[in-house]
Design a protein around this ligand. Structure first.
Ligand SMILES: CC(C)(COP(=O)(O)OP(=O)(O)OC[C@H]1O[C@@H](n2cnc3c(N)ncnc32)[C@H](O)[C@@H]1OP(=O)(O)O)[C@@H](O)C(=O)NCCC(=O)NCCS
Length: 234
């Protein structure tokens, strides 16, 4: 059976931090965020009062980034906006796995763990898929492809709201693009996620038309537009 109530996707950070990723969470009152070096995302309840924003400020510390991901709640006026990024949330429509080109297998796709962190950070620096920190790999499975021993592509699992797993950190080194590496890694993750009865989803910046085209070709569909926002704590 495939689980996956789409309501869990409206607040994926809180649903993850209060559930599957509770062991990676820090909390003050109802304000919650990830451990340092895992992720910067933070969230509050659906209708936060000033006390809850004060809890989040205490949790993060003064003058720190409050990376609110797609949380629609607006902090008090003294929280300075740091970034606004338009994006979209895409979901796997269900009903099986991606159709692979004839003969394609997962040969050459390797699991990446703590030993691979330096090369993952190096690939991220060269390909800029979005935030990735030394402990981000603890959020889920990370897969990679090496070319002559050098990591040239990777993709992994990030947020885990009930019934769903987010695919993230999809990137291919500039010199290795257009060879199907990203499609292969994302498809391999989709297969693993579907096999454990969950549904994959992901987030992508609206300006990243190449990545959107790639995800649509694999079979993802857009669920809704999202706005990512970050603030500086007072
Ligand atoms: C997006 C990205 C991961 C694709 O990696 P890749 O290994 O080259 O992807 P694949 O070879 O599997 O697929 C390429 C296909 O995707 C599409 N595509 C990928 N990048 C594209 C781009 N910049 N512009 C237009 N189309 C693009 C094309 O349709 C291409 O199709 P083709 O195989 O028929 O030529 C890579 O460009 C990258 O690392 N970008 C920077 C990081 C990033 O934006 N990650 C996504 C974050 S959500």
């Amino acid at each position: 059976m495939v689980n996956g109530d789409v309501v869990a996707l409206d607040e994926p950070v809180g649903e993850s931090l209060r559930g599957h990723h509770a062991h990676l969470a820090r909390q003050v009152g109802r304000a919650v965020t990830y451990l340092p070096d895992v992720a910067t995302f933070a969230t509050v309840s659906a209708d936060p009062d000033p006390g809850e924003w004060a809890d989040l400020a205490r949790l993060l510390g003064p003058g720190e980034l409050a990376d609110m991901f797609s949380c629609p709640a607006t902090p008090p006026a003294e929280w300075e906006p740091v970034f606004v990024l338009e994006g979209r949330q895409m979901i796997w429509p269900g009903g099986g796995c991606p159709s692979r080109p004839h003969g394609e297998t997962d040969a050459g796709v390797v699991d990446l763990g703590a030993d691979s962190v330096p090369e993952m950070l190096d690939l991220v620096a060269r390909s800029q898929p979005g935030p990735f920190w030394p402990r981000t790999h603890e959020l889920g499975t990370y897969l990679g492809i090496r070319d002559n021993g050098t990591l040239v592509a990777m993709a992994g699992e990030r947020l885990r709201p009930p019934g769903w797993t987010e695919i993230s950190a999809v990137c291919t080194a500039p010199e290795a693009r257009g060879r199907g590496h990203a499609a292969r890694l994302v498809s391999a993750l989709v297969e693993r996620i579907v096999a454990r009865g969950e549904r994959p989803f992901l987030h992508v910046a609206e300006a990243n038309t190449g990545a959107i085209a790639l995800y649509e070709r694999i079979g993802f569909v857009t669920r809704k537009p999202v706005t990512f926002r970050g603030f500086r704590t007072p």
